[in-house]
Design a protein around this ligand. Structure first.
Ligand code: SAH
Length: 199
């Protein structure tokens, strides 16, 4: 879809947003609203994120073709598809089995057959596939999971909404340069909660 957000200016990201058909990632009874720049329910208490925010996070990840990218919170699979338009090595983890299965089917049906998908608790990252040039977390955590910072490559960028589920959240950018980790807030956001296995 077309993005109109002054924060999103990267032409490659805008083109990727145009190429991925969001309606394919939205449940049947919400397809009418797929073209809106809004989050939509996808079942199991979860949502497909707002497209301009998907675009902004993708832009701030500064992806290249050969980037290794990890997403936590596959959800509908939409963000993973956008990332796969720009990078060849995409990994995504989803906690809820039914959503993980549905996203796998949707992504396959849309021709994204090279995305590596896993069902589980993304807190632990994907150590066997690390390090990652970019990690995108699409659920709000109370704090930044240390395993994700560990799995960031040198020069890597981790984008994660941080805050309490019903309180204020900030989209944080964590960078690692020559081993030094820096964190800064980018934007106030509202995401569904990051959950831990067993909660
Ligand atoms: N990126 C998704 C947005 C999904 S909403 C999209 O484009 O559609 C966030 C998702 O994160 C939900 O599906 C939720 O189940 C998942 N999630 C929450 N905590 C998680 C965790 N610890 N590990 C993996 N997935 C998690």
């Amino acid at each position: 879809m077309e993005i109109h957000d002054p924060l999103v200016t990267d032409p490659a990201v805008l083109a990727a947003m145009q190429r991925v058909p969001r309606e394919r990632f939205v449940p049947e009874d919400r397809k009418l609203f797929a073209g809106r720049d809004a989050a939509l329910p996808i079942g199991h208490g979860q949502t497909i994120s707002q497209p301009s925010l998907v675009a902004y996070m993708t832009q701030e990840a500064r992806l290249a073709r050969d980037s290794r990218v990890l997403e936590i919170g596959t959800g509908s699979g939409y963000q993973a598809a956008i990332v796969a338009e720009l990078s060849d090595h995409v990994y995504s983890i989803e906690a809820i089995p039914a959503l993980a299965a549905r996203a796998a089917a949707t992504l396959r049906a849309c021709g994204y057959d090279r995305i590596h998908l896993r069902q589980g608790d993304g807190y632990h990252g994907w150590p066997e596939a690390a390090p990652f040039d970019a990690i995108l977390v699409t659920a709000a955590a109370p704090s930044i999971p240390p395993p994700l910072v560990e799995q960031l490559a040198d020069g890597g960028r981790l984008l994660i909404p941080v805050g309490e589920p019903s309180g204020p959240q900030e989209l944080m950018l964590v960078t690692k340069t020559a081993g030094a980790v820096r964190t800064r807030a980018l934007l106030p956001v509202a995401f569904v909660p990051f959950t831990r296995a067993g909660e």
